[in-house]
Ligand binder design. Sequence first.
Ligand SMILES: C[S@@+](CC[C@H](N)C(=O)[O-])C[C@H]1O[C@@H](n2cnc3c(N)ncnc32)[C@H](O)[C@@H]1O
Length: 217
Amino acid sequence: MSEQVKSKKRVAEHGEVFTNEREVNAMLDLVKQETERIESRFLEPACGNGNFLAEVLRRKLKVVDARYAKSQSEWERYAVIAVSSIYGVDILEDNALECRDRLFQIFDEQYTRLFRGDCNDACRHSIRFIFERNILWGDALDFTNPVSKQPIVFSEWSPVNGSMIKRRDFMFKFLVQKTFQTSLFNDEGDPATIDEPVKDYPLVHFLKLGEDVANEL
Ligand SMILES: C[S@@+](CC[C@H](N)C(=O)[O-])C[C@H]1O[C@@H](n2cnc3c(N)ncnc32)[C@H](O)[C@@H]1O
């Protein structure tokens, strides 16, 4: 069996055929500049175990290395920005979990290679927390979790005053509708409602993400 396929059943039920590295790179090269912009946002609505997102993260971290490897605190700050702009959804829970772990490993291998014994567990914790919020188990067609049927909610992370992060949560459904806002008539109707976050969080230091209850998953 090729590593692009996990089982015939999964292919039949979910169209699960993973994209190989050469195709991933060729496709990402079509938007090369964006893949090398640390803060550019990427969302993959059927991310599988993360073939595209992993390559996007590698490319962004390469830029972070080139610009900031001389200062650990700057590298950490920009790595958080790179990570926080990468989003994924998959309908199969194991894929979402595998994708999260894979992306975290890519970050952690690079972090450990650069800073070895000086690595900061608070940074690892913040990065893990962001992946837990950004890589979600969900159905990208009806915008809910396939079992709980709860709406998928994504977090927007915006750097403020250098080291602080503002988190705002938005319903995935509304983010998609917002793209078509000018032409779309929908049940919720009012474009102003579509723009509103479902939750707004206090500013938090980038090394303290997920530390307190106010920043729960
Ligand atoms: C063709 S694979 C591609 C995976 C990955 N994007 C890649 O290129 O390697 C399709 C993926 O979409 C997922 N999927 C199928 N239906 C979905 C849905 N309604 N919402 C979210 N993910 C879905 C499958 O579980 C599978 O991982």
